[in-house]
Design a protein around this ligand. Structure first.
Ligand code: FE
Ligand code: FE
Length: 343
């Protein structure tokens, strides 16, 4: 068996959430240190991605470092909050130069923090940079602001990587970096080695990409710096437990990563609104370990031969052979009694 990958999670996985209906939240608020402790309770996580500023947290950076250390966790990334109320018309593409400057200041501060924490990268998620209506923006101008803003930020911190996490929509109806191809185009235009992509599997799914193909495109460009995994029904960013809906496409995604020798962190970006967050992470990792076993056992030569002929039926059989049998391995050995089954 090959070595297991490193598992990680966005720290927000362990928070509680609000939406426009349950405005009081889906549960009592969970503070940052408690979120870190919950991440530690999963036991299989080695790294976390931290939002910054630390919202609602009045402790010190040392408190955060201690919480990470006592849970054997490392911060892999800082995600600056350039998508809150201050940036409802965008961060680096905001029409107001003063807001653009404020966004860059925040991004620069986040980059300094990421270096201090020993992170691998700063994650840029431009959720508010985009538009909602036809005729709302000048597409040429907003694109230029995005590329110029990125070049200024990323060029100022050559010691650390930056990743753009693309997403088709939400909160803006159209986000300026909605898919792999358009994001790669911007990265090409910025032309700096330390700028790449974080491919969120769920964003790719509901953007109607084939996530494995999007991953290959990013890898071929030398730009797949990180991934997030989760699942959805392909109509929205549901951020469900990984593997709960798109079993085969998730397997294909990880197969593409392995075939290319990509060995980064397998990172959870899930929002368990109504589930226990620690259990949701454990369920996800149980599934990811099964996928990893299945990758070890896949008949690669048979699959390569099938693909050489575009033979979809043989490919399906080979995938089904290993995927379903490997998933079963982790189930309890004792069969449930008939009463338990009907309960
Ligand atoms: Fe994500
Ligand atoms: Fe998302």
């Amino acid at each position: 068996m090959t070595t297991l990958p490193t598992f990680g999670a966005g720290i927000w996985h362990f928070a509680t959430y609000k939406d426009r209906y349950a405005t009081e939240g889906y549960g009592p608020e969970v503070g940052l240190l408690e979120q870190i402790d919950r991440a530690g309770a999963v036991a299989d996580l080695s790294v976390v991605d931290l939002n910054w500023p630390f919202a609602g947290f009045d402790g010190t950076l040392d408190d955060v470092k201690q919480a990470l250390a006592r849970n054997n966790l490392r911060a892999i990334a800082v995600t600056p909050e350039i998508y809150n109320r201050d940036y409802v018309k965008g961060s680096i593409t905001n029409p107001d130069p003063a807001v653009r400057a404020q966004a860059l200041k925040l991004l620069n501060e986040a980059s300094v923090l990421a270096k201090e924490l020993g992170c691998d990268y700063v994650k840029l998620w431009f959720g508010q940079d985009g538009w909602d209506y036809p005729f709302q923006v000048d597409y040429g101008k907003i694109w230029k602001l995005a590329v110029d803003g990125l070049r200024e930020l990323v060029g100022a911190h050559p010691e650390i990587k930056f990743v753009i996490e693309y997403k088709p929509r939400e909160p803006r109806n159209r986000i300026i970096f909605p898919n792999a191809a358009r994001t790669l185009l911007a990265i090409q235009q910025v032309d700096l080695d330390n700028l790449g992509i974080l491919l969120d599997f769920g964003h790719s799914l509901y953007g109607l990409e084939t996530p494995a193909d999007a991953a290959q495109l990013c890898i071929d460009a030398g730009k797949l710096f990180a991934i997030d995994v989760n699942d959805n029904f392909r109509g929205w960013d549901d951020d469900m437990v990984v593997g709960s809906v798109h079993l085969v496409e998730t397997f294909e995604f990880f197969h593409t990563l392995r075939n290319n020798g990509w060995d980064g962190v397998w990172q959870l970006d899930q929002f368990p609104f109504r589930e226990d967050s620690v259990e949701a992470a454990k369920t996800a990792i149980r599934f990811l370990k099964a996928l990893h076993r299945a990758l070890d056992r896949l008949d690669e030569q048979g699959l390569a031969e099938a693909q050489a002929n575009h033979d979809s039926l043989t490919a399906q059989r080979l995938v089904q052979n290993v995927l379903l049998s490997c998933l079963a391995e982790d189930t309890p050995q004792t069969a449930p009694t008939p009463t338990e089954v009907t309960a």
